[in-house]
Design a protein around this ligand. Structure first.
Ligand code: COI
Length: 352
């Protein structure tokens, strides 16, 4: 079977959709009826199929369970007023998954394969794309090592899955973040730029400590000196310092966020000053003290534009102004582009 062949489709006998309250959807707890599955064996992707969403059977020795050889993506589909299904920048996710896969020694999913699997799945489960305000169908492609082998080497078998979940907001209120200068999320030469399981696992313990102090997330700093701001793990970070939108350049320790890129593109379209530069904690602290940080927000697929309420550093909490016109404008513009309500000048929207 080639990667672009028709997929086998085994449909669910009875849909679960009537059990879902689409006006009150939690993030990432309810899943649509079907999933896409493919197996990598003997050097090729095969057995491509769409089947009812359900549990998998894996060996206790499964390589991913022990060594985390896996990559994933996150993207969203929207339903517009005409009932059409639109996906935001899926080709960018396909490209990023190839980059992540290379770093994790995982056979790549070609962009063509990714797009055809995604399109086929979304056609089968189109009824699951919610149309209510601030909702979407979150799409989670994942590739993981499937060898039942406890030795260390790249797996010889893998599974590629795509499953979906109708979702509401990831953060339901403006977030409080704390600058982390003890623990490290990612280091130069490491895997911070790859969307891989371990990056998220590594963030849990430090984030939990911060959550006990009332913060939602951390602002990670560079692993070597802890002097420069990086990302937040669940999202990239952007700061409006006076009239300049500042964000860390992506590199080998920061995820190349698609929402981040969309924000920078829009800000440049609007003639704003945009700087991708290494922002030192000292410079940020001085700007916070001087009231020069007019807004700060996270940008991510799940997080969308997550406004930051306060930033904690060295025992001091800096509360940002309540009015956040840039964050609001970005959220609103991206929302309208995603729904096809304003012109998509960058070719970001893919119609299923
Ligand atoms: C996404 O934004 O899609 C992610 O994968 C981040 C995660 C916090 C859900």
């Amino acid at each position: 079977m080639t990667e672009t062949a028709e997929f086998e489709i085994k449909k669910i006998e009875r849909s679960r959709i009537s059990e879902v309250d689409f006006n009150n959807i939690p993030f990432g707890k309810v899943y649509a009826d079907h999933m896409f599955v493919a197996d990598f064996e003997n050097g090729e992707w095969k057995n491509m199929r769409i089947e009812p969403y359900g549990d998998l059977s894996i060996s206790p020795a499964n390589a991913t369970l022990h060594y985390g050889q896996s990559v994933f993506e996150g993207l969203k589909a929207y339903k517009n007023k005409a009932g059409e299904i639109l996906i935001f920048r899926p080709e960018a996710n396909a490209k990023r998954m190839i980059v992540s896969a290379e770093r994790m020694c995982i056979p790549p999913i070609s962009e063509e394969f990714f797009m055809s699997a995604l399109t086929a799945l979304l056609k089968v489960d189109s009824a699951w794309v919610p149309g209510q305000e601030n909702t979407s169908l979150y799409i989670r492609p994942v590739v993981f090592a499937d060898d039942p082998y406890v030795g260390i080497r790249p797996s010889e078998t893998y599974k590629f899955l795509i499953f979906t979940a109708p979702v509401g907001a990831y953060y339901s209120e403006p977030v409080n973040v704390k600058i982390e200068t003890k623990y490290t999320r990612a280091v130069a030469g490491g895997v911070g730029y790859a969307k891989t399981a371990g990056n998220y696992a590594a963030s849990l313990y430090p984030a939990l400590q911060a959550q006990k102090e009332g913060y939602h997330q951390l602002i990670w700093t560079d692993g070597q000196t802890h002097e420069f701001v990086e990302e937040a793990g669940t999202m990239n970070l952007l700061f409006l310092i006076n009239d300049t939108l500042v964000t860390a350049p992506t590199g080998d320790s920061i995820l190349n966020g698609i929402t981040r890129d969309s924000v920078l593109t829009l800000a440049k379209d609007w003639g704003m000053k945009v700087e991708e530069k290494r922002l030192s904690v000292k410079e940020l602290e001085a700007a916070l003290k001087a009231g020069e940080v007019k807004e700060a927000f996270g940008a991510g697929t799940a997080a969308t534009i997550a406004k930051i309420h306060k930033i904690g550093y060295n025992g001091v909490d800096y509360v940002l102004p309540e009015e956040k016109p840039l964050s609001d404008k970005l959220f609103d513009t991206l929302d309208k582009i995603k729904l096809g309500e304003i012109e998509d000048t960058h070719g970001w929207v893919y119609k299923v």
